[in-house]
Design a protein around this ligand. Structure first.
Ligand code: FES
Length: 66
Protein backbone atom coordinates (compact mmCIF):
# COMPACT_ATOMS: atom_id res chain seq x y z
CA UNK A 1 0.00 0.00 0.00
CA UNK A 2 1.31 3.44 -0.87
CA UNK A 3 1.82 5.75 2.08
CA UNK A 4 3.41 8.54 0.04
CA UNK A 5 2.06 9.22 -3.42
CA UNK A 6 4.65 11.89 -4.26
CA UNK A 7 7.54 9.45 -3.81
CA UNK A 8 5.54 6.32 -4.70
CA UNK A 9 6.76 4.94 -1.38
CA UNK A 10 4.99 1.97 0.16
CA UNK A 11 4.37 1.18 3.81
CA UNK A 12 6.89 -1.65 3.41
CA UNK A 13 9.56 0.80 2.21
CA UNK A 14 8.85 3.10 5.15
CA UNK A 15 9.12 0.17 7.58
CA UNK A 16 12.44 -0.77 5.96
CA UNK A 17 13.65 2.81 6.40
CA UNK A 18 12.69 2.73 10.09
CA UNK A 19 14.39 -0.64 10.57
CA UNK A 20 17.54 0.76 8.95
CA UNK A 21 17.68 3.55 11.54
CA UNK A 22 15.28 6.31 10.47
CA UNK A 23 13.88 7.98 13.61
CA UNK A 24 12.37 11.12 12.07
CA UNK A 25 10.22 11.96 9.07
CA UNK A 26 13.22 13.69 7.50
CA UNK A 27 15.37 10.60 7.86
CA UNK A 28 12.63 8.47 6.31
CA UNK A 29 12.66 10.93 3.42
CA UNK A 30 16.42 10.59 3.09
CA UNK A 31 16.07 6.83 2.78
CA UNK A 32 13.03 6.39 0.55
CA UNK A 33 11.76 9.84 -0.37
CA UNK A 34 8.52 9.58 1.60
CA UNK A 35 7.40 12.88 3.08
CA UNK A 36 9.71 14.99 0.95
CA UNK A 37 7.05 16.27 -1.46
CA UNK A 38 3.68 17.86 -0.67
CA UNK A 39 3.77 16.81 2.98
CA UNK A 40 0.27 15.35 3.11
CA UNK A 41 1.62 11.97 4.27
CA UNK A 42 3.72 13.35 7.14
CA UNK A 43 1.07 12.59 9.76
CA UNK A 44 0.90 8.97 8.56
CA UNK A 45 4.72 8.72 8.64
CA UNK A 46 4.69 10.04 12.22
CA UNK A 47 2.15 7.34 13.11
CA UNK A 48 4.36 4.65 11.56
CA UNK A 49 7.33 5.97 13.55
CA UNK A 50 5.29 5.97 16.77
CA UNK A 51 4.02 2.43 16.12
CA UNK A 52 7.57 1.20 15.54
CA UNK A 53 9.14 3.03 18.48
CA UNK A 54 8.76 0.29 21.12
CA UNK A 55 10.31 -2.27 18.75
CA UNK A 56 13.14 -0.02 17.58
CA UNK A 57 13.92 1.01 21.17
CA UNK A 58 14.06 -2.67 22.22
CA UNK A 59 16.33 -3.47 19.25
CA UNK A 60 18.65 -0.59 20.16
CA UNK A 61 18.82 -1.69 23.81
CA UNK A 62 19.61 -5.24 22.73
CA UNK A 63 22.37 -4.11 20.38
CA UNK A 64 23.87 -1.93 23.15
CA UNK A 65 23.94 -4.83 25.61
CA UNK A 66 25.45 -7.27 23.10
S1 FES B 1 2.16 12.26 -0.38
FE1 FES B 1 4.07 12.12 0.68
S2 FES B 1 5.05 13.99 0.28
FE2 FES B 1 3.23 14.10 -0.90
Amino acid sequence: MYVCICAAATTQQVHAAILSGARTVDSIGDRCGAGSGCGSCVERLECLLAEAEPRTRADEELSRSA
